[in-house]
Design a protein around this ligand. Sequence first.
Ligand code: CAA
Length: 261
Amino acid sequence: MSYEHIRVETRGAVGLVTLDRPEAMNALCDGLLREVSAAVRAFAADDGVGAVVLTGGDEVFAAGADIKEMQGRPFVDLFLGDFPNSHQEVWVTLEQCRKPVIAAVAGYALGGGCELAMACDFILAAETAKFGQPEVKIGALPGAGGTQRLTRLVGKSKAMEMCLTGRLMDAAEAERVGLVSRVLPVERLLDEALAVAGRIAELSRPAVFMAKEAVKVADETTLQEGLRFERRLFEAAFATADCAEGMAAFAGKRKPAFRNR
Ligand code: CAA
C-alpha cells in the first residue's frame, strides 16, 4: 500500500510509522489517521513484526486534529457518525492492537496528538516534547480520549488544569507525573525507541501479549478482578513452550530461543 501522509518501514522485527505532514505540523487529518490505522493493522497481521514505533520525527509529533478540516462539520453528522471513531478508526485500531505500540514524541503533542500518543502503550519523549490538550482555546474539548486517558495517567488535578486552561506540559513535568516513561535527548529518541521495541520483539510473543493485556485491564476493572485476571494469565503462560524454554534457559545459563509458541 502506498501512503500520502505517513512513512512506513520495518527495521528488523519493528514496524516504524512516521507521521509526515510537516506543512501542517502533522495535524491529524482523516486521511493521515486512516493511513496510521492501516499501517498499524498491517503490522499487527505481520508475523515478522513484534512491536511498533509511532513517531512524528524530530520536530513535532502532531499539533492535534486538523482544525481546518474539522471546522464547520455539522453536529448531526458528527453525532450520527460517532466522530471521531467512525472517521478515524485509528483509535479503535490502537485499542485493539495486541502488539506493543510505543510512541516516540519530540516537539508538540497537542490535542489529538497527545491523545494519539496516550493511545499507545507507552511514551518515550525527547527533551523537546510538549504535551497539551488546548482544545478549550478553540471552544471545544478533547474528543479522542484526552479527558479519560490523561486523567488516568496523571490524576484529576493535572488533567483538569490541562483540559481547562490548555496549559502545555514539558517533558520533565510529563516524566515526573507519569505521562511518559522516559525522557531522552532528541537525537537519541528514535534509536532508543527502536531499540526498546526491538528488545520487546525478541521476547516470547505470547508472554508479551499477556503482559500487555493484563496491564490494560488495570484501567478498566477493580483490583481484585485485575489480580484474578493476572493470575489466570500467569498460570496460562506455563502452557506455552516459550515459558518452559525461558526458565530452562535461565537455569542453564544460556540465551532463550523463543518460538512464539
Ligand atoms: N490543524 C490544522 N493546521 C494546523 C494545526 C492543526 N491542529 N496546527 C498547526 N497547523 C498548521 C498551521 O495552520 C500552519 O499552517 P499555515 O502555514 O498554512 O498557516 C502550520 O501548521 C504551522 O503552524 P503555526 O504557524 O501556527 O506554527 P507555530 O509554531 O506558530 O505554532 C502551534 C505551533 C502552537 C502548534 C500552533 O500551530 C497551534 O496552536 N496549533 C493548534 C493546536 C491545537 O489547538 N490542537 C488541538 C486541535 S483540536 C483536537 O485535537 C480535537 C481532538 O481532541 C480530537
